[in-house]
Ligand binder design. Structure first.
Ligand code: ATP
Ligand code: HSE
Length: 353
């Protein structure tokens, strides 16, 4: 068997799109790319060599390069160990190039998890179905919106199946047990026999997406962890607020597939009362940006919302991109926040080539 090189490419994602909290995701044209070289199995007696991980692009200064600590490789090892494969193949070389900024609401952790599942599947030659790949990802990242869109691509709605008692228990294992941070002096048996994902946890449907619609990502220059942005959310909501979101989500999923898209319908349908109002304390400028940039003031704008858990703002538009982004920049600047912005398109899902 000779050495082989393959490339794993996973897109960025924007989750929620306003009212679709933890439900809707959109894959976008920034990518996490892994170039992996797997040598042939060593001949008997040659020493085992741990994976070499190199990293360029976003997050390169902060990401761990120890394969037993890095999120992507830990997920890959979890997948391998669920299939009774104890360790990475010897001599693996992994070069990661990342365009997705960390902790900004563009699905960086979801992409890292999907890349890990695909890496484990590939180096272990496991041939897992897409449904099973999603099960593994959902054991690690418990909200399906980012990981589903990153895996399958496009504008996607998903839900988690209601599990029976045994499967619920298997799926509610603390992440620290699914993904132990392997100590450097770990013995051979560390992290073996991890909990297997129940079958068919996640289900999804892809909505139509109007080709005229592009995404302006307005990216504040600070990180906000998803965990922190979820801590500020209430545990209970009023019927009025839930109905507000459900009405808008029902309209939005079809409205974004229509050509030409209708700005009046979409702007209102992208409003939310479940997560954005609570997150404004963490993102100075959020309410001002979403309320003062409208289809009336900015021709071409369709709708505007928080991207994922923030702090990025996502503006969907057919034209007028620069005016939208520069006016958002001016509003953020008044609160002391600098931004970068990118014009993105909706892309397909993850690939392994
Ligand atoms: N390519 C990567 N390799 C390793 N770890 C990563 C990678 N990308 C993200 N991470 C980890 O995930 C963390 C960010 O995850 P977090 O869920 O807070 O934000 P996000 O995924 O960017 O935002 P959101 O879920 O709102 O879209 C980073 O600080 C880092 O620890
Ligand atoms: N739906 C998540 C985004 C990350 O999946 C949130 O808003 O917290």
């Amino acid at each position: 068997m000779s050495s082989r090189t393959f490339t794993i490419s996973v897109p960025a994602t924007s989750a929620n799109i306003g009212p679709g909290f933890d439900v809707v995701g959109l894959s976008l044209s920034l990518h996490l790319t892994l170039t992996v070289t797997q040598p042939p199995p060593p001949s008997d007696g040659s020493p085992y060599t741990a994976p070499v991980l190199r990293y360029t692009g976003e997050g390169a200064a902060e990401v761990p390069l120890d394969a037993y600590k890095n999120l992507t490789t830990r997920v890959a090892l979890y997948v391998l160990r669920c299939h009774a494969i104890r360790s990475f193949p010897s001599g693996l070389d992994i070069h990661v190039d990342n365009q997705i900024p960390f902790g900004r609401g563009l699905g960086s952790s979801g992409a890292a998890v999907i890349a890990g599942v695909l890496l484990g599947n590939e180096v272990g030659r496991l041939n897992l179905s897409q449904e099973r790949l999603l099960d593994f990802a959902l054991m690690v990242e418990r909200h399906p919106d980012n990981v589903t869109a990153a895996l399958v691509g496009g504008f996607v709605g998903s839900y988690l199946r209601e599990l029976d008692a045994a499967a619920t228990e298997a799926a509610s294992v603390p992440l620290s047990e699914v993904l132990p941070e392997y100590p450097s002096d770990a013995g051979e048996d560390w992290g073996l026999n991890p909990p297997l994902p129940p079958l068919g946890i996640g289900h999804y449907v892809r909505f139509r997406w109007s080709e005229n619609i592009k995404a302006v990502a307005i990216i504040p220059r600070f990180e906000l962890s998803t965990a922190k942005a979820r801590e500020v959310l209430p545990l209970q909501y009023s019927r009025k607020d839930l109905v507000f979101n459900l009405q808008r989500l029902a309209v939005l999923t079809t409205a974004l597939g229509q050509s030409p898209p209708d700005p009046d319908l979409i702007y209102e349908a992208m409003k939310d009362r479940v997560h954005q109002p609570y997150r404004k304390t963490l993102i100075p400028g959020l309410p001002e940006v979403t309320s003062s940039i409208t289809p009336a003031t900015h021709p071409g704008l369709l709708g505007i919302c928080l991207s994922g858990a923030g702090p990025t703002i996502l503006a969907l538009a057919t034209h007028g991109f620069e005016a939208i982004a520069e006016d958002a920049r001016a509003i953020f600047k008044k609160t002391g926040v600098e931004i970068d912005w990118k014009l993105l398109t909706v892309v397909g899902g993850s690939t392994v080539q």
